[in-house]
Design a protein around this ligand. Structure first.
Ligand SMILES: Cc1cc2nc3c(=O)[nH]c(=O)nc-3n(C[C@H](O)[C@H](O)[C@H](O)COP(=O)(O)O)c2cc1C
Length: 176
């Protein structure tokens, strides 16, 4: 079984979470971790699970103007300097049958702040015909440039382990 994890990240927090998810997945699957600017135009043959994640910007997935705003707030270079997850998923051109998907994001832990990038990513994944496994996740930062809240890296690793278990041969694959 093989997983591809594609992430977008401005300040590095989503990158750290993506790495932890990949570590969790790697307990049961072969895993490739790729920054969205270097991601392939189609899901490569042999990939069983596509996991995508990015930062929540303005209640959803980033856009060119929110990435520009992030760049203005950055004190060092951005991790993702080109296209975002929205653009990559919109242009994704194909996949083998039986590939499933999952989405995650990073954002503030604020019950009064609506929206999350993972919801937008799920919508685009479904539009591409990719069934989305239940239980997509948000991971939380304490401020715009981070850091991640305590325990989030461990939670991301555990989520990776449980995603891989959902894709094990013979497992029922809950998809929405
Ligand atoms: C332009 C901009 C808009 C943002 N809008 C939101 C938002 O609507 N909701 C939220 O929870 N966090 C918001 N944030 C905080 C980001 O989610 C946070 O910067 C991100 O999780 C950090 O991840 P990264 O280091 O991978 O970029 C915003 C950040 C930026 C730069």
């Amino acid at each position: 079984m093989r997983a591809l994890v594609v992430y977008e990240s401005m300040f590095g927090n989503t990158q750290t979470i993506a790495q932890a998810i990949a570590d969790g997945l790697a307990t049961r699957m072969d895993v490739e971790l790729v920054e969205v600017g270097a991601a392939p135009a189609a899901v490569p043959d042999g990939v069983d699970l596509l996991v995508v994640g990015g930062p929540t910007h303005a209640f959803g997935m980033s856009r060119a103007n929110t990435r520009k705003s992030a760049a203005e707030q950055a004190t060092s270079g951005l991790v993702s300097k080109g296209q975002g997850m929205r653009e990559w998923l919109s242009a994704l051109s194909g996949h083998a049958p039986d590939v499933s998907a999952a989405a995650f994001d990073t954002r503030f832990k604020n019950p009064w702040l609506p929206g999350s990038a993972r919801r937008g990513a799920e919508k685009l994944l479904r539009r591409k015909g990719l069934p989305v496994l239940t239980g997509s996740q948000s991971f939380y930062v304490s401020g715009t440039p981070g850091p991640l809240l305590e325990g989030e890296i461990e939670r991301a690793r555990s989520w990776g382990v449980s995603l891989a278990a959902m894709r094990e041969p013979g497992e029922r694959r809950p998809a929405v």
